[in-house]
Design a protein around this ligand. Structure first.
Ligand SMILES: *[C@@H]1O[C@H](CO)[C@@H](O)[C@H](O)[C@H]1NC(C)=O
Ligand SMILES: *[C@@H]1O[C@H](CO)[C@@H](O)[C@H](O)[C@H]1NC(C)=O
Length: 402
C-alpha cells in the first residue's frame, strides 16, 4: 500500500507542479524563496522505458539537482532504489540499495548485480547499473531521494528482451554438429546462445536435461533440480552442467537465443485442421508466414498462452503455455513440443493435421505502447492516450491474479 500511495503522490506531484506543502516559510523575496524552499529536484528522465537484452548490463538513470539550503546544507541526501512492480504490473516492493554519506548498502538478493557507478563522485547522479539481466528483472523501478523533509522520486520501467530455448533437430536427439547448430538457431530467428544467456535463463529457473552447443563451442545444460541422469559435472547441486569445449564434429542439441519479436505471433485454429503445407498457405492468406520456433518462444515470453499444438516454419509442432493446466503438457510454464516418439524425438509427418502459429511483422511503436500500458496499469501512468484493450488481455494468467 505504501508504494501505491507513493505512486499516487508521484502522479499528483507530476500533474500539479511543485508540492506547496513542502515549502518552508521564509523572509526572502519570492524568487529566492522558491529556490530555497525546494533545494532538491529530480530531473525526470522522461517516460521512455529502458530496454535491454537478457544477460546484458543496463543503466537505469536517476539524476537530481541539489541546492544548498540554509540550515540543512550539510545534510547528505539519502538515495534509495526499489523494484516496485513486476513485468505483469503486479505490485512488488523489493528494496535494492540505499546510499547515504558515501556508503552504499546493497540488499540481499541483489548483491554482485547492482552498483551506483557515478556515486559518490557525482552525488547527484544515482544512476543504477544492473546486470547481467534476467527476464525476471523486467518491471518498474523507483529511485527515491530524501533530504530532510524533501522527498523526490522518479520511476523507470525496464523491459528485458530475449529468450533462451532448447532446439532439437527434426530427426533425432543429438544430431547437430556445431555448424549445423548455429544454422538451426539462425533459421529460427535466433543466434546460438552464449554461456551468459544460458546462465541468466538458469537463474530464472530454466531446467533442461539435454546437452546443447553454445556459442563458445562448449556443450552445456541447465539443471535447477538435480536428478539421476542429469548430474553432469555437478552431481547433486543445481547449476549449469558443462562438458567443456568440444570437437565441432560431435553431435548434440543446441541452445538458441532469440532477441526481439518485432511483430506478432497469432494462432490459427480452423475446424478442419491443417497439414504443414495447408498451414503455410493459411498464414499467407492472412498476410503472414508460419512462425519460427524463436518467434513462438518470444511470443510466449510476452504472454501468449494457447493449449493447441500448431505447425511452425521448421516443420515442428508446438504450443505456448503460461498457466500450466491439465492436458497442456506438464506442471511448469513453457513452449511444448509434439514429438512422434515417446523418447521425445522426430517431428510429426508433414501430412498430419494440426493448427498453426503465424507471424506478422509490425512496427515497434505499438509494442512500446503496450509495455507502457502494462506497467502503468489501467490508470495509464506513462501513456498520454488510452491503452489498447489487447495490452491487458495479452498478459494471460498474470492479469487474472491482480
Ligand atoms: C550518470 O552516471 C552514469 C553512469 O556512470 C553515466 O553514464 C551518465 O553519463 C551520468 N550522467 C550525468 C548527467 O552525469
Ligand atoms: C528414439 O526412438 C526412436 C524410435 O523408437 C529411435 O529410432 C531413436 O533412435 C530413439 N532415439 C534416442 C535418442 O533414443
Amino acid at each position: 500500500l505504501e508504494s501505491l500511495l507513493l505512486l499516487v503522490l508521484w502522479v499528483l506531484a507530476s500533474q500539479s507542479g511543485p508540492l506547496s506543502t513542502f515549502s518552508t516559510p521564509g523572509t526572502q523575496d519570492a524568487t529566492a524563496a522558491a529556490t530555497a524552499e525546494k533545494g532538491l529536484h529530480m530531473q525526470k528522465v522522461g517516460s521512455g522505458s529502458v530496454r535491454a537484452a537478457l544477460a546484458e548490463l543496463v543503466a537505469l538513470p536517476c539524476l537530481f539537482t541539489l541546492w544548498p539550503r540554509p540550515g540543512a546544507a550539510r545534510e547528505a541526501p539519502r538515495i534509495k532504489w526499489t523494484k516496485v512492480r513486476t513485468a505483469s504490473g503486479q505490485r512488488q516492493d523489493l528494496p535494492i540499495l540505499v546510499a547515504k554519506d558515501n556508503v552504499v548498502r546493497v540488499a540481499k538478493g541483489w548483491q554482485g548485480r547492482v552498483s551506483l557507478p557515478a556515486y559518490p563522485r557525482h552525488r547527484v547522479n544515482a544512476t543504477l547499473l544492473l546486470g547481467p539481466l534476467r527476464a525476471s528483472d523486467s518491471g518498474l523501478y523507483r529511485c527515491q531521494v530524501v533530504r530532510g523533509i524533501e522527498d523526490e522520486q522518479d520511476l523507470v520501467p525496464l523491459e528485458v528482451t530475449g529468450v533462451v530455448f532448447h532446439y532439437r533437430a527434426a530427426q533425432d536427439r543429438y544430431s547437430l554438429t556445431f555448424a549445423e547448430a548455429q544454422e538451426a538457431c539462425r533459421l529460427n530467428s535466433a543466434t546460438i546462445a552464449a554461456p551468459r544467456h544460458l546462465q541468466a535463463a538458469f537463474e530464472d529457473g530454466f531446467d533442461n536435461c539435454d546437452a546443447g552447443w553454445l556459442s563458445d563451442r562448449t556443450v552445456r545444460y541447465p539443471i535447477t533440480q538435480s536428478r539421476p541422469g542429469c548430474y553432469g559435472d555437478r552431481s547433486s547441486l543445481p547449476g549449469v552442467r558443462n562438458y567443456g569445449r568440444r570437437d565441432p564434429r560431435e553431435l548434440y542439441d543446441v541452445y538458441c537465443f532469440a532477441r526481439e519479436l518485432g511483430g506478432e505471433v497469432f494462432y490459427v485454429g480452423l475446424a478442419r485442421r491443417l497439414t504443414l503445407a495447408g498451414a503455410r498457405a493459411q498464414c499467407r492468406r492472412q498476410g503472414a508466414v508460419l512462425a519460427s520456433v524463436g518467434q513462438l518462444h518470444l511470443a510466449w515470453h510476452e504472454g501468449l498462452d494457447q493449449c493447441d499444438p500448431g505447425w511452425l516454419a521448421d516443420g515442428s509442432v508446438r504450443y505456448p503455455i503460461q498457466t500450466p493446466r491439465r492436458r497442456c503438457g506438464g506442471p511448469v510454464p513453457g513452449v511444448r513440443t509434439v514429438y512422434s516418439f515417446a523418447n521425445r524425438t522426430r517431428f510429426p509427418a508433414p501430412g498430419e493435421r494440426y493448427d498453426a502459429y503465424c507471424f506478422r511483422a509490425a512496427n515497434l511503436k505499438s509494442k512500446e505502447l503496450s509495455l507502457m500500458c502494462k506497467l502503468g496499469g489501467k490508470k495509464n501512468l506513462f501513456v498520454g492516450r488510452p491503452c489498447p484493450l489487447g495490452a491487458f488481455s495479452s498478459m494471460g494468467g498474470a492479469t487474472a491474479q491482480v
